[in-house]
Design a protein around this ligand. Structure first.
Ligand SMILES: [Zn+2]
Length: 145
């Protein structure tokens, strides 16, 4: 837990991190936790989150994000071994426009089955290469590595 991490008493995930709110914990260490989603979209739906309160991934350092996704991958492998789904989605939402319901960073690990009712609309639009290159240029210029 870093000095600048603020635990918010009204945040459900901070409450789980502080063991104020009960949860079905899969894993926890000093900085990270994985627990069963209370409103799962599929059996075995796990959330992986930092214990420190960050609203979105944009607020986190790159190395912290790396540790978060490394744990998410380990949890996905465990879900695979334990439940033998047909597939697994890792989903990480930032902001209400991107379906983030709880404003404390988390990664969804969602076991999938052929024929399940989960769907994401993915309206594909054709872009020509010049448009794509212009977008790539804008994003490259904004990269801070
Ligand atoms: Zn929180």
């Amino acid at each position: 837990m870093t000095a600048d991490s603020i635990q918010l008493p009204h945040c459900p995930f901070c409450r789980i991190a502080n063991h104020v709110e009960p949860a079905a914990i899969v894993y926890e260490d000093e900085g990270l936790m994985a627990f069963m989603d209370k409103n799962p979209v599929a059996e075995g739906h796990v959330l992986v989150a930092p214990k420190a309160h960050y609203e979105t991934i944009l607020d986190m350092g790159a190395e912290e994000v790396g540790r978060l996704f490394a744990l998410a991958a380990q949890v996905a492998k465990a879900v695979w071994r334990a439940l033998r789904p047909d597939g697994i989605n890792l989903l990480q939402n930032n902001g209400p426009a991107a379906w983030q319901a709880i404003p404390h960073v988390h990664v969804h690990v969602i076991p999938r089955r052929y024929g399940d009712a989960i769907s994401v609309r993915w309206p594909a639009r054709h872009k020509d290469l010049a448009e794509l290159k212009a977008l790539a240029d804008r994003i490259r210029e904004a990269l801070e590595l």
